[in-house]
Structures are given as structure tokens and as C-alpha cells.
Design a protein. Structure first.
Length: 254
């Protein structure tokens, strides 16, 4: 899915607005452990990693999608920033000889792409292996407690225009059955046209495990993390399971 989306992804996200809203909170968390080196796991097109590098951090970004990493490298070159981007998925990071990090960030609802408790446990142990003692792990997921409780199938459409080119992005979930372990299907419809021409359409889909607060905090503690704290968004609001937009979690390695 993300190889297919890599060419359009930076049109889908309002990066200027998103980074302005999120980076103050991210930097407060990084400052709490005197961070110099950051690993951005599931970095996508690299926008968070590049923004942190611009602020003086030494950053490595990893992603399982070759297309996303290619786009991230191009974005870093355009910004004239020295950021290392490597193709790697969850569970593979500790064996890549990337060094030890003061902080690992995993943003943009990336962790729910792990579909089983076993895969989640392996990823969290892998994050811990990348961190120095008392290093910080920062996770941003969708608040699936609210999604499931309220059957929130549809997300706000996004649009983007550049010259004569126009894009519309529509996202929605198909809810899984109990027999499927409650796994969701996440769908993105991309509409694109040039000028007043006909719209082209494509649909990309992937599965997600709707991991809630209790499951994630328990998995973090089982992986050896401590001081687990939850927020409801990337501005530091209190987490409220019934309506917070995000589940944002920080934890510290042993």
C-alpha cells in the first residue's frame, strides 16, 4: 500500500500545519531525556525526521516501504539536510548496527500495522534494544478505543491543489469480525485530475490491529518499559478513551 501511496503522500498531509502543531510537544519530550540522537521508526516520507534534523538532532529514519524511503531521501536532499534513511521494518532495527539512540519515535498510527500480540511484543523489545538506559519511546496511534466504541468508520476528507493538478483523499475503515480477531481494513481512495479533466481513481488498502490504551500499555510494561504515560493528542491533552483523537504514549527503557 505505502509503496503505491509514496508519490502522493506529501500531498495528502498538510506538513506545514502538522509539524507546527506537533513539534513543540515532541521536542519537550525529547528534552526530558536530553536527546541528541533520534530514531524515527516507520518514518514515511521523512518529514518529521528532516524537521528534527533542522533543529539540530542527529536523526536516522527507517521504514519498511522502499517507496517511502526513496521519497524521504529525495525530501532530505531538497531540504539540504543530512539524514540517514534505511529500509527496515519493526523487529529488524536492533540488528542493523545503527548505534544507540536517546529516543525512538513511532508516529502516524504506524504501530497498528502489527497484527498480532507476538509481533507487537517483538517490535517493542526491538525498540528497547535501540535505546540507551532511560531512553525515551514516543508512540502516536489513532485512539482506537473511541473508533471501536463509536464505530467511527469515516475520516475527514483531505484535498490538495498544485497548479493545474488537484487531489482528493478519502479514508475509511471496514470493521473486522470476531473471527478475524477484530482486525480492521484501512482504505484510502485517491482522486486526481489535471485542470478540468476527468478524475482518475485508485484505492489502496491495508489491515490494522486496533490497539487500545490497555493493550498497548500492558505490552510496553511486558517489554520492560516503565513510566508509561498517555496523552490524547500531540499537544499533550489528557487521554480520554471516548473521544480523544489520538493515543500518544511515552515510556522509558530500563
Amino acid at each position: 500500500m505505502y509503496d503505491d501511496l509514496s508519490s502522493d503522500y506529501d500531498h495528502f498531509v498538510d506538513w506545514q500545519g502538522r509539524l507546527a502543531a506537533e513539534l513543540p510537544f515532541v521536542e519537550r519530550q525529547l528534552a526530558s531525556v536530553k536527546t541528541r540522537r533520534v530514531l524515527d521508526a516507520a518514518c514515511g516520507t521523512g518529514k518529521h525526521a528532516i524537521a528534527l534534523a533542522e533543529r539540530g538532532y542527529k536523526v536516522v529514519g527507517t521504514d519498511l516501504s522502499v517507496g517511502m524511503i526513496e521519497r524521504a531521501r529525495a525530501n532530505a536532499a531538497a531540504a539540504r539536510m543530512d539524514v540517514c534513511f534505511e529500509v527496515a521494518g519493526f523487529g529488524e532495527l536492533g540488528g542493523m548496527e545503527l548505534g544507540t539512540f536517546d529516543a525512538v519515535v513511532c508516529l502516524g498510527n504506524s504501530l497498528p500495522h502489527l497484527l498480532t500480540p507476538r509481533d507487537l511484543a517483538a517490535a517493542l523489545v526491538d525498540f528497547a534494544a535501540c535505546l540507551r538506559p532511560e531512553g525515551l519511546l514516543l508512540i502516536q496511534n489513532r485512539n482506537f478505543d473511541a473508533v471501536l466504541a463509536n464505530q467511527q468508520r469515516w475520516m475527514e476528507p483531505q484535498s490538495y491543489q498544485e497548479g493545474e493538478s488537484e487531489w482528493i483523499f478519502v479514508r475509511f475503515y471496514d470493521f473486522g469480525s470476531d473471527e478475524a480477531g477484530g482486525v480492521l481494513t484501512f482504505n484510502m481512495v485517491t482522486l486526481q485530475r489535471e485542470g478540468e479533466g476527468a478524475w482518475s481513481q485508485k484505492v489502496a488498502s491495508t489491515r490494522l490491529w486496533p490497539l487500545g490504551r490497555r493493550g498497548l500499555t500492558a505490552a510496553l510494561e511486558a517489554a520492560g518499559f516503565h513510566s508509561v504515560t498517555c496523552w490524547g493528542d500531540m499537544q499533550g491533552a489528557l487521554f480520554e478513551s471516548d473521544h480523544s483523537p489520538n493515543l500518544v504514549v511515552t515510556a522509558h527503557a530500563v
